[in-house]
Design a protein around this ligand. Structure first.
Ligand code: ATP
Ligand code: MG
Length: 303
């Protein structure tokens, strides 16, 4: 199967003698959700910028549908119609005065008819839950609002591949769930989403495949296997996901039901807690530990 987009043997350095990628391979397959993990400074953002044509490899190649991307105006325009990159920092992405202008910039630039532009912009603003912000100046938005608007701008382009650099960083928990719902519906309607993150639990519940970018190279594999591999994850300054361990515990206990992928699903699995409010239990625990601490202090002081 030919990847929709792939990097092959890519070398890249911003400065001579300080290579960031030294023979990186990464394949994005249509319909496969990919999570990209790796330490700070490992090269995730650099790799994404190479895939989206914003940077040119020093060696190796980036291919779209198996064809080397030409770094001509035509070649890059073609790539950008298929692949949208949402930058890690929304301040690097947003530039128009108002939210509406920013999200409509891409579709207008594609030369689409006015009704099509309106439909795409309205749809993207609604999908990201930012319809109310349409008239707001972009520079007055909160960080999380800016992130959503930046994603709306990419969604309005209806790309085949949507590459999101740390889209959940800085979002509140409900915002993360909403973003996953957006990615779910985009995926269901034919967009292939790629996400970088430091959140192994999010990667475990969401991704089909995982790529770890570290030491200039990329290692890719199925999410389920990779995210239970503590040694591999440690090499990328990550801890293992909790879900594989919980699944193993449930297996060992002979539990045959569903396997929870989120804390909320785990809570649901065991039904409502016996004590509906943690208040009395917490109060008792805090009082007991305060008493133990006082006793220990008094004993230490002696008579
Ligand atoms: N514009 C630049 N000029 C010079 N060096 C750069 C530039 N951008 C990034 N780098 C360097 O390239 C390396 C890879 O950075 P990159 O931003 O790709 O990492 P990352 O995996 O995305 O990290 P993070 O998890 O912090 O986002 C780092 O050592 C960084 O200092
Ligand atoms: Mg980055």
């Amino acid at each position: 199967m030919i990847p929709a987009l792939d990097a092959r043997g890519v070398h890249f350095a911003y400065e001579p003698g300080r290579p960031v990628l030294t023979g990186a391979d990464l394949a994005l397959y249509a319909g496969r959700r990919l999570a990209v993990l790796g330490p700070n400074g490992g090269g995730k953002t650099t790799l994404f910028r190479l895939l989206a044509g914003a940077l040119a490899p020093d060696a190796g190649e980036v291919r779209l549908d198996g064809e080397t991307v030409r770094r001509t105006r035509r070649g890059l325009t073609h790539l950008r119609q298929q692949v949208q990159l949402v930058l890690q920092d929304p301040d690097d992405q947003l530039f128009a005065a108002s939210v509406h202008q920013d999200v409509s910039f891409g579709p207008v630039n594609l030369g689409l008819p006015a009704e099509e532009v309106t439909a795409r912009v309205d749809g993207a603003l609604a999908a990201l839950g930012v319809v109310d912000l349409g008239d707001r100046p972009t520079h007055l938005l909160s960080f999380g609002q800016k992130k959503r608007v930046a994603i709306a701008g990419a969604v309005a382009m209806r790309p085949r591949l949507l590459v999101l650099d740390e889209p959940t960083a800085g979002l509140d928990p409900a915002g993360v769930e909403e973003l996953l719902a957006v990615l779910h519906s985009l995926h269901a309607t034919g967009t292939t989403p790629v996400v970088s993150t430091h959140d192994v639990d999010l990667a475990h519940r969401w991704a089909d495949d995982v790529a770890v970018v570290a030491s200039g190279r990329v290692v890719t594999g199925p999410a389920g296997d990779f995210l239970g591999d503590a040694a591999l994850l440690r090499s990328a300054r990550l801890g293992p996901a909790w879900a594989p361990a919980v699944h193993r515990l449930l297996d060992a206990a002979g539990f045959t039901g569903a396997r929870p992928r989120t804390a909320a699903e785990l809570h649901e699995l065991f039904g409502p807690p016996a004590v509906t409010s943690p208040g009395p239990v917490l109060h008792e625990a805090v009082t007991a530990s305060a008493h133990a601490w006082r006793t220990a202090k008094e004993t230490h002081r002696g008579p």
